[in-house]
Design a binder for this molecule. Structure first.
Ligand code: NAP
Length: 264
């Protein structure tokens, strides 16, 4: 009888932007499942404690590195340190990302470039550098973080929406280009998820969060996204590549994230 294999034990996974929020949940979930994780953020004092917690409690080991994913040389050093520590890279989760809210006509060229740089160009840097290790080795798996705002119109987030939409096309393209290298490339598009940044915007405290068992809720937990990422990294997703998995609870017409944020 067939038994599904969601096991990630023994894999080495890089998770970018893991000092808080969804990235932290992904790193902790993969490590709890036995993967070794290399985590980064722009501030070692913020991401270091995440790795310390993993090393204390999880089955897998963690390495924390200060790395600004917009900077190619820092990404190269991060991946090099990961290989030195763990010997290989099996999975890359391009999670680091962010935005600010502004009407299109108010976005300066500098503001536009900074969001495209953070969301899209960083994905290019990390994927090319970590992908090289995978291509020279036994292949691997890449999971990109898009957003429902990359799938639908997102008023007052045009820079973010455009960069997250581009990530979906990049995912599909690389899935074809790197299939012969044994690399699967998939994408997750979350709806609204409670993270420190979003909590600040909406004023939702973690003790007000509806439990995960509640299907009809407007906001997700980081773990809702992390569990799907674990599935995509695991052998159970062996026949999935080039896909974008939307994780947003009950499918409602339009872009419920924009509505919830009061941006429509
Ligand atoms: N939360 C949502 O509702 C939601 C919905 C859809 C998609 N997403 C996507 O999911 C991902 C995570 O979102 P989140 O809400 O968890 O974000 P968040 O709470 O703002 O956390 C962002 C993380 O990225 C790190 N980071 C930011 N800039 C970085 C850089 N240049 N280099 C390295 N690390 C950097 C931050 O760490 P430091 O500040 O310590 O550098 C932090 O750990 C993003 O790509 C976001 O677009 C989120």
């Amino acid at each position: 009888m067939h038994e599904a294999d969601f096991d990630v034990a023994g894999q080495t996974a890089i998770v970018t932007g893991a000092s808080q929020g969804i990235g932290r949940a992904i790193a902790e979930t993969l490590a709890a499942g036995g993967a070794d994780v290399a985590v980064c953020s722009r501030d070692i004092d913020r991401v270091g404690p995440v790795a310390d917690g993993i090393n204390e409690e999880a089955e897998g080991d963690a390495l924390a590195v200060e790395c600004n994913v917009r900077e190619r040389d820092q990404v190269e050093a991060f991946v090099e340190e990961t290989v030195e520590e763990f010997g290989d890279v099996d999975a890359l989760v391009n999670n680091a990302g962010g935005e600010f809210v502004a009407a299109f006509e108010d976005i300066s060229p500098n503001g536009w470039n900074s969001i495209v740089d953070l969301n899209l160009n960083s994905t290019f840097h990390c994927t090319q550098v970590a992908g090289e290790v995978m291509r020279e080795g036994d292949g691997g798996c890449i999971v990109n973080l898009s957003s429902v705002n990359g799938q639908h119109a997102a008023p007052n987030e045009s820079h973010y929406s455009a960069s997250k939409a581009a990530i979906i096309r990049l995912t599909e393209t690389l899935a074809v280009e790197w299939a012969d290298d044994g690399i699967r490339v998939n994408c997750v598009a979350p709806g609204l998820v409670q993270t420190p940044g979003v909590a600040e915007t909406l004023g939702i405290q973690s003790d007000q969060m509806p439990p995960r068992e509640q299907v009809d809720r407007r906001i997700g937990h980081g773990e809702d996204i992390a569990d799907v990422v674990q599935f995509l990294v695991s052998p159970a997703a062996a026949f999935m590549t080039g896909e974008t998995v939307t994780v947003k609870g009950v499918p409602r017409p339009g872009n419920s994230m924009q509505h919830d944020l009061g941006l429509e």
